[in-house]
Design a protein around this ligand. Structure first.
Ligand SMILES: Nc1nc2c(c(=O)[nH]1)N=C([C@H](O)[C@H](O)COP(=O)(O)OP(=O)(O)OP(=O)(O)O)CN2
Ligand SMILES: [Zn+2]
Length: 118
């Protein structure tokens, strides 16, 4: 079974490697929508896979690094595409949440990335 939790954060970025004249080379921001998925067996006593509160506690310091920051200044996010950001979030989260099996990161209402660590 898989459970999930949704988070949002606001951040600014610019994409340094886009072709000349591409609008995304300019400084701009997004409200990112992040959903993390964790899979496992239902624990007999608690009746859950992992407490949603624990998910929130695990994600809080990671979200804090990103929220209201300029992503390009963060180590590992020098080219902060949605793809790179999803991988960065995975790398930070997986050691703290081994049950993590997927993340979805939406950059705009219409666009985003799904990553499962592969
Ligand atoms: N594969 C990717 N493509 C693009 C990424 C990305 O991370 N991965 N990022 C961008 C920019 O960040 C840009 O801000 C997003 O642009 P766009 O999707 O065009 O969003 P808009 O809301 O500005 O769309 P409009 O339809 O033009 O209003 C670009 N590409
Ligand atoms: Zn952007």
């Amino acid at each position: 079974m898989t459970i999930y939790q949704h988070f949002t954060f606001d951040a600014a970025h610019r994409l340094p490697n886009v072709p000349e004249g591409h609008k995304c080379s300019n400084l701009h921001g997004h409200t990112y929508h992040l959903t993390i998925y964790a899979s496992g067996e239902i624990l007999e006593k608690e009746g859950w896979i992992i407490d949603f509160s624990d998910l929130k506690t695990i994600m809080a310091p990671i979200i804090q690094i990103l929220d209201h920051h300029f992503l390009n200044d963060i180590e590992g996010l020098e080219n902060p595409t949605a793809e790179h950001l999803a991988k960065w979030i995975w790398k930070k989260t997986k050691p703290l949440l081994p049950a993590l099996n997927k993340i979805e990161l939406k950059e705009t209402p219409a666009t985003g990335v799904i990553y499962n660590g592969d």
